[in-house]
Design a protein around this ligand. Sequence first.
Ligand code: ADP
Ligand code: MG
Length: 238
Amino acid sequence: MGSITLEKVSKSFGTTNVIPEINLEIADGEFVVFVGPSGCGKSTLLRIIAGLEDVTSGAIRIDGTDATHEAPARRGLSMVFQSYALYPHMSVYGNIAFPLKMAGEEKMTIDEKVRAAARVLNLTDYLDRKPRQLSGGQRQRVAIGRAIVRQPKAFLFDEPLSNLDAALRVNMRLEISELHHQLKTTMIYVTHDQVEAMTMADKIVVLNAGRIEQVGSPLDLYRSPKNLFVAGFIGSPK
Ligand code: ADP
Ligand code: MG
């Protein structure tokens, strides 16, 4: 399970309030995209959910349980970062296995999980390679593999494709959608790219200066944008 609820969550850095007070419900298995211009608070919100930032006020529930003060590692969520952050001296296998080794899992179990993740991500033929011997897209897949093996309640992606060229971005977008289709795990995906939002999301959360302007399906937002900001951002004809 992987439902996530934000209740009156606000965040200030010093005296600067970047997230006023927001409520949001994410259902188990949903693919939710946070979209909005640079600096609107997407990463901050994701980091709050991950537990990498404290809230200033409000509460976070994961599967109905209060996780507001839970350590990141105990939330059961997996974050996939923009930069690949792979260990250059380790093989693909070693990189994917790393979180399981840290968790003290048995060798046999680790091997099964790494190979299953590699199958899902088409990395089976690359397990012995080092990150420098991989393309950008393959490296991104290894980073996702490292998240998959932990069988998280939800995946959190922060602009995972922004370092890739345009063609590869389209490709990876399809792969992440396919991954969601296969795993049916909750995914929260942050982007400033409206095309990514419109093509990947079950539900889009449009953010503007820390506020939620609108929440809805791509079609909802396209057909009935609540205001000019949403219409302008989504590119619909209001
Ligand atoms: P986005 O990911 O949408 O580009 P961010 O969440 O990174 O936006 O940032 C939202 C706002 O919060 C920005 O104005 C940014 O400068 C500010 N901010 C983010 N992190 C910090 C921090 N650690 N200290 C102070 N201000 C921050
Ligand atoms: Mg960001």
